[in-house]
Design a protein around this ligand. Structure first.
Ligand SMILES: *Cc1c(COP(=O)(O)O)cnc(C)c1O
Length: 360
């Protein structure tokens, strides 16, 4: 039994409740010393691929590749799929960073920008025929989520573009139709409840074709990883460089546990817990939901505005065993962020909501 508090920061967050047992088993099985060129490693890679296909309903036309982080995928996706132009939908600090990285990669990046706490409710036809449209499903900085409708309509409105979705702080919760987007990515220290240090990049054959086209023109940049090098090795369940073998093993195990529970149960529970939390925030005289429009509220990262009461509320919650996340950036001292990931139980979230309701 651990006696630490329950981590509600959006990432790194509380470990999935089975992670510690899997970690101990991994050490007994010698996973930290396992060669990434062994057939045993290839089987662990395949376990993640099969598991994600089932858990997320991922089509067979998608490749599953591993990187060091989601931040690496921001950069690799731009380097491997954009020659000149990309368009970013920016509604907070994470989507803004993706946009900035595209500019640093030397691309003509254009952004549609919304103020903090608001977001995008419809898909638009972007000007200038961007090659990539970058969306952030869940803005971890402000707790704004992009509804599924506009995500799924974006390629319909922009048929020549590749639509890439950052779902780092929401997966496995969202039920994407992967045939209506081209690439989705995440890292494991958020909703999957694992130690940080592994990015997971899902991309379809349109992405591979685009990267091949750039390569044939001598325009594919990127050093030790490109989309094509990752895709080539992925065909053999391998990676170009030595990856986080332990992280890949643990991800395979946690996905199996999630499949056992059932993705529908995970989604329903996520919705229930977020409803309980938002209701407590709505009724509180001390905290308020930062996102006013209920249709844009994230189910997985719930952000509360505490004004100048933040330190007091933080202390109350710490005393009953919760460690909330601080606000992001400029909101560091006035917001609290509550992760609502699969490992956070109904009982924990109900207890948190009760504590919020009794604040005065
Ligand atoms: C955390 C986060 C990232 C960055 O993930 P790293 O694993 O730290 O690279 C990117 N996008 C979003 C939305 C995030 O929440």
């Amino acid at each position: 039994m651990k006696n630490q508090s329950i981590c509600l920061a959006p990432g790194p967050s509380e470990l999935y409740f089975t992670a510690e047992d899997h970690l101990k088993k991994a050490f007994r099985e010698g996973i930290p010393s396992l060669s990434h060129r062994s057939s045993s490693f290839e089987r662990h890679y395949q376990t993640v691929v099969d598991g994600l296909r089932q858990l997320l309903n991922l089509p067979t036309d998608y490749t599953v590749a591993f990187t060091s982080s989601a931040t690496e995928i921001w950069e690799r996706s731009i380097q491997s799929m954009v020659d000149e132009r990309c368009h970013h939908f920016v509604n907070g600090a994470f989507s803004k960073r993706y946009f900035e990285i595209a500019k640093l990669c030397g691309k003509e990046a254009v952004a549609s920008i919304m103020p903090d706490g608001s977001g995008f409710t419809s898909a638009e036809a972007c000007e200038g025929s961007p090659e990539v449209i970058a969306l952030t499903h869940n803005e971890t900085s402000t707790g704004v989520s992009m509804p599924m409708g506009p995500i799924h309509q974006m390629r319909f409105k922009n048929p020549t573009a590749l639509v890439i979705v950052d779902a780092v702080s929401s997966l496995p919760y969202p039920d994407f139709d992967y045939t209506k987007v081209d690439s989705v990515f995440f890292s494991v220290q958020k909703g999957f409840g694992l130690p940080a240090g592994l990015g997971v990049w899902l991309f379809n054959s349109r992405c591979v074709e685009k990267a091949q086209h750039l390569q044939s023109q001598g325009k594919l940049s990127g050093t030790y990883h490109t989309l094509l090098s990752l895709a080539d090795y992925a065909k053999k369940n391998q990676t170009p460089s030595t990856p986080n073998v332990l992280g890949i093993y643990l991800l395979g195990k946690v996905i199996q546990d999630m499949l056992q529970k059932g993705i529908q149960a995970i989604r329903k529970e996520t919705e229930y817990k977020s409803a309980v939390l938002y209701q407590a925030l709505e009724q509180s005289s001390v905290l308020k939901p930062f996102v006013k429009d209920a249709t844009l509220r994230s189910r997985t990262v719930i952000v509360a505005d505490a004004g100048n009461e933040r330190d007091r509320v933080m202390n109350v919650l710490r005393q009953i065993g919760f460690e909330p996340g601080e606000g992001y950036g400029a909101y560091k001292k006035s917001h609290l962020r509550f992760a609502n990931f699969p490992t956070h139980s109904r009982e924990q979230i109900e207890r948190l909501a009760d504590a919020i309701a009794s604040l005065s």
